[in-house]
Design a protein around this ligand. Structure first.
Ligand code: ZN
Length: 253
């Protein structure tokens, strides 16, 4: 039986091109071309798992995971520039197929994470800590010994890449005790507020965890959430607060 390509609605096509941020997810070239005053499509919608696999393709892809059993499902479709599309299709290799599956899965996760970031509330008081970290005259009140931050390594699993581990470890050893003191000060003004913040961060973390995202994806999403919710000027300040919550056990427990 030969399956036919499903006609996508305008909204579906827009959703797919937005998901890849309007660039080819393989080579990075823009998916739209401007000529004069008009904008033209410069992409093709590719099936990640082929719509009508040939005998060779069935053998190559046999047993490999799919994001959906229906090849016409949006999770199996991705816009590619025409060059990458034909290179991807002919010949189809298991490695390239799996790499594109990984990419698509990460893109789906980013969108889901954005929804969660919008849905989960974070107390306004956190903005004050982020602002202090971002201010020109910031000086950490006291720096703890790196020894104290050591157990943080035990919280990481293999999905946390080494460069991000180092970054979190550095943020903890440099800023943990200072950020902790700032939370304690918030509590003096409004008793219980740091407990409330802790519960909010934990809930946000758990919402990520049920989706089985990697530690790298989760830490990035926690940072994005803090940055958006606090209007942090720099990503670094949001990262320091996210690293605080790792050491303080709200994230990665
Ligand atoms: Zn391309």
């Amino acid at each position: 039986m030969t399956r036919s390509r499903r006609q996508l609605s305008g909204a579906e096509e827009l959703a797919l091109t937005t998901q890849v941020e309007a660039v080819c997810p393989i080579c990075g070239v823009g998916l739209f071309r401007r000529k004069g005053r008009k904008e033209f499509k410069d992409y093709e919608i590719a099936h990640i798992y082929p719509l009508n696999p040939t005998v060779e393709e069935r053998i190559v892809l046999n047993g490999l995971r799919k994001l959906n059993e229906d090849p016409n499902h949006l999770d199996n479709l991705i816009p590619l520039c025409s060059g990458c599309h034909s290179a991807f299709d002919k010949p189809r290799t298991a490695d390239e197929y799996l790499a594109l599956i990984d990419k698509k899965e990460a893109l789906i996760a980013v969108l889901e994470q954005r929804k969660l970031q919008h849905f989960y509330f974070l107390q306004d008081e956190v903005s004050r800590i982020v602002e202090a970290l971002d201010s020109d005259d910031y000086t950490a009140a006291n720096v703890i010994l790196s020894l104290e931050a050591k157990p943080i390594d035990e919280k990481f699993d293999s999905t946390m890449p080494p460069q991000l581990r180092r970054k979190i470890r550095r943020a903890v050893s440099e800023f943990f005790s200072d950020v902790r003191e700032r939370f304690q000060n918030l509590d003096k003004e409004r008793p219980g507020v740091s407990d409330l913040i802790s519960a909010q961060v934990k809930a946000f973390y758990k919402a990520q965890r049920v989706n089985q995202w990697t530690q790298q994806q989760i830490f990035t999403s926690v940072t994005d959430w803090i940055q958006k919710r606090t209007n942090a000027k720099t990503r670094e300040a949001a990262e320091i607060v996210a690293a605080f919550f790792v050491q303080n056990c709200e994230v990665f427990e």
